[in-house]
Design a protein around this ligand. Structure first.
Ligand code: NDP
Length: 290
């Protein structure tokens, strides 16, 4: 669905490839109705090498802001005249503001995840131990927000260990990382985590794309059984393979990434409109059974 609104309404959209599956139009229109703002929000499919011209065309047509999704988040940083600190650290942007003074890039994915974990899942990240599985763009985007939220330790596990090590190095260079335990591990080394942590809550986040291809992760059951929360960034109305794996291992709380999606959208909305919308009603709209 591409939504076109009434004439004169402020224009927003989400750009990616593929894009037909995106739920962002529904989310932003719900936020607009809630805060009584007239806006349009459309899906824009761009060919991989035409991203920049698609953004500039949207801006020239009066567009005010774009969300950016796979595979353009890195290009979105390169395109912008102003880049927020969290987008620079993430090396990726999901929010572009198209202003008379040029394009501003920001990244709200990580802070969206932090909000969902602390508000809807009711888990305080302050002092928590976090196992982040995956070392791609989504994992990189959560480093700074996680450390800012006060996690005590951050273990990054990735299939390609060198990529996990790179993220740990990046995190270690941030001033907010002082005093935190940061460690890169292979899947084979994951059984070292439980003996290494004390009683503070453990959170396991799946930031890999494995669930999208129907695959489970080679994690020890023990790790998932001891987790207070297992969180899959992938969202799905059915349990993802990671969620099933965590449930079967005995993890108490298992959640998909729909809340993260809604929270990152709320942060983008706040950047563009100066007001942060309420998110719980939108969660219920997208998942009525919740
Ligand atoms: P990337 O392509 O940048 O990274 C993919 C990651 O997944 C890499 O760490 C890769 O490991 C790992 N991986 C892929 N397949 C497997 C597998 N079969 N087993 C183990 N590891 C695997 O993707 P992103 O970081 O951009 O996205 C990751 C996920 O996060 C996606 O599923 C995306 O849908 C989700 N996401 C959700 C958001 C939300 O709002 N809910 C927002 C952003 C992302 P390796 O390095 O070894 O290749």
């Amino acid at each position: 669905m591409t939504s076109k609104g009434s004439e004169g309404a402020a224009q927003y959209g989400v750009i990616g490839n593929p894009i037909a599956h995106s739920r962002s139009p529904q989310i932003h229109q719900a936020f607009g109705a809630q805060t009584r703002r007239e806006l349009t929000y459309e899906r824009i499919l761009s060919e991989p090498d035409l991203f920049e011209s698609a953004v500039k065309r949207f801006a020239a047509g009066g567009g005010k802001g774009l969300n950016v999704t796979v595979p353009f988040k890195e290009q979105a940083v390169a395109l912008a005249e102003q880049v927020s600190e969290r987008a620079r650290i993430a090396g990726a942007a999901n929010t572009l503001s198209l202003t008379p003074n040029g394009i501003k890039a920001d990244n709200t994915d990580g802070i969206g995840l932090v909000h969902d974990i602390s508000e809807r899942c009711r888990l305080s990240l302050s002092g928590a131990h976090v196992v982040l599985v995956g070392a791609g763009g989504a994992a990189r985007g959560v480093l700074q927000p996680m450390l800012t939220a006060g996690v005590q330790s951050l273990f990054i596990i990735n299939r390609t260990l060198s990529r996990a090590a790179q993220l740990i190095e990046l995190a270690g260079d941030l001033p907010i990382a002082t005093g935190r335990r940061l460690q890169a591990l292979s899947f084979e080394e994951a059984d070292r985590i439980i003996p290494a942590i004390a009683s503070a809550p453990l959170l396991v986040i799946n930031a890999t794309a494995a669930s999208l291809s129907g695959q489970r992760l080679p994690l020890p059951d023990d790790l998932l059984a001891n987790a207070r929360l297992s969180y899959d960034m992938v969202y799905s109305d059915q349990p993802t393979p990671f969620m099933s794996q965590a449930q079967e291992a005995g993890c108490g709380q298992v959640i998909d990434g729909l809340g993260m999606l809604i929270q990152q959208a709320a942060e983008s909305f706040a950047i563009w409109h100066g007001v942060r919308p309420e998110t719980e009603s939108v969660y219920r709209l997208l998942r009525p059974a919740s």
